[in-house]
Design a protein around this ligand. Structure first.
Ligand SMILES: Nc1ncnc2c1ncn2[C@@H]1O[C@H](COP(=O)(O)OP(=O)(O)OP(=O)(O)O)[C@@H](O)[C@H]1O
Ligand SMILES: [Mg+2]
Length: 321
């Protein structure tokens, strides 16, 4: 079983509006809503890939009830802590004439200390029966930015694999908790290590991955527009891989990182090799850009795209783990 944690779960509303211009009145030509928040998106991808998953986190008010009901409709199991304030609705406005997406995210609920403690117990209970726990996305108001880091320390004794997809201070503090792996995109990785990459030269990626790992994560994956770079455990050492896929014009770019993370951990869960897991992850990211709805992938297409991913080994250091 894989557990996904979404402390800022939401209803994501997507409006398709051709020729969108601020200040004008528009009609949608198409619209849809899906439960969202990064961890929920990851759970959706895992479910579609056929991997057993439970989505947890916070939900509150009528919007929270809707999140849970909509997940049930998608046959995604969930076990959220019910909070007093209402979960948020996030609106994305997509203009199909130019592919530009505008997002408006609500501020979201304030979470109390008692609600956080309730969640901590639930997570420890769920994790005792899980192989992997994934923390993904931002934290709600009222929650200490170090919460992921704390929860990761709590989980240590269980031996569960822990993955984190977050950014800024939350990712920095989570990394210091020593998770199994983190999956920042390029911008998030630059912020984490504290300097901008000048290009995507192999040496620079190798150094950036090492800098991320020095903060605490055992393994690091940096997603790039054309694939990823990854420093993964290999025996007692570390192997650095680069995966590439031809870039395609995105229909809906949001959530490609969530699909990437789900793909990687789905393959790991199934005991596949690191090379296969990287191919599968990049294929999931690429396929999700072709579909409306964050985390939506087609497993047949993912399998086909996996064969198109080129893999290279950049470095193998038996002594650096
Ligand atoms: N246009 C594209 N064509 C092919 N693959 C893509 C495209 N955009 C993204 N991907 C793939 O998806 C994966 C994740 O990409 P990206 O770095 O954009 O994630 P992200 O910024 O974390 O996205 P988000 O946070 O919105 O989910 C990468 O492996 C990348 O190769
Ligand atoms: Mg991301």
């Amino acid at each position: 079983m894989i557990i996904t944690v979404t402390l800022n779960a939401a209803i994501d509303k997507t409006l398709i509006v051709p020729n969108f211009q601020p200040g004008r009145r528009h009609r949608t030509v198409e619209q849809g809503t899906l439960p969202g928040g990064k961890g929920v998106n990851v759970a959706r991808t895992l479910k579609r890939l056929g991997v057993p998953v439970i989505a947890t986190g916070f939900q509150g008010g009528p919007t929270g009830t809707r999140i849970v009901e909509a997940l049930t409709d998608e046959q995604v199991l969930s076990d959220f802590v019910r909070i007093r304030e209402e979960s948020r609705t996030n609106t994305a406005l997509l203009d199909p004439t130019n592919g530009v997406q505008t997002e408006i995210n609500e501020r979201g609920p304030q979470v109390t200390e008692a609600e956080v403690e309730h969640f901590r117990s639930k997570l420890l209970y769920l994790a005792s029966g899980a192989a992997i726990v994934i923390f993904a996305g931002s934290l709600p108001r009222g929650v200490d930015p170090g919460l992921y880091g704390e929860l990761i320390r709590d989980l240590r004794s269980t031996g569960v694999t822990v993955a984190v997809d977050a950014e800024g201070e939350v990712l920095n503090l989570a990394s210091r908790g020593g998770p199994t792996l983190v999956t920042p995109n390029r911008r998030e990785a630059e912020e984490l290590v504290g300097y901008e990459f000048s290009g995507d030269a192999d040496e620079e990626l190798i150094e950036a991955l090492a800098a991320v790992r020095r903060l605490g994560p055992a393994e690091a994956l940096i997603t790039l527009p054309d694939g990823c770079a990854a420093a993964l455990k290999h025996g007692t050492g570390i192997k650095v891989h680069r995966a590439r896929i031809p870039q395609r014009e995105a229909v809906a770019p949001i959530g490609s990182g969530d699909a990437f993370l789900a793909g990687f951990l789905a393959a790991r869960y199934q005991g596949r090799s690191d090379g296969d897991a990287l191919r599968y992850a990049v294929a999931c990211g690429a396929d999700s850009t072709q579909r409306l709805g964050a985390g939506v992938v087609d497993p047949d297409e993912v399998a086909r795209l996996s064969d198109m991913v080129e893999l290279a080994e950049l470095e193998s250091d038996p002594a650096t783990a």
